[in-house]
Design a protein. Sequence first.
Length: 186
Amino acid sequence: MSETLAESYLVNQVLTATPEKLQLILIEAAISAAERAKHHWQAKDDEKACQSLVRAQEIVGELLAGLNHNVDRPLVRRVAGIYAFVLQRLVEASLQRDPKGIDDAVRVLRIERDTWQQVCEKMAAQRHAVQFHADQQHAAAVEPSLAGKNPSGPGRQPTAPAPHRGAIPPVDAPAAEHIEGLSLEA
């Protein structure tokens, strides 16, 4: 995939993402940047490793800064503690050139990623159920207007209404996320 196409795809993903999907994208980007830092250390490229670690730290800092402290304060405090731990481990890893610090941070971020993947799936299912219910209500509202009119002809049973032609089937998001060559670096 060309770089321009990959960038266009990423911009489209971000601009059309739900809030929970944006959270997931950020967590995945932090994991990716942290793992790149380890790879660069193994390749003896300390400058690129440092850049990747700074990128991971910036992303986790944004996750921490983006918490809404006015909603469910005990939960937000726990999540803030998690992100603060991850940020601390990334900073320590950077200062001490310690791959174990990166491993600790990534292990926690992966748990966060799994949690947010579940949130995304649950929210998508809820949105789908709401849309299905709205479509059913629409169909029920339209059906009485057809009362007494049988397009199938006299003596025939009415047929079920055709599906709404403007409906877009849900996209398999996990499959779309595994496009090779896509970078979450900004």
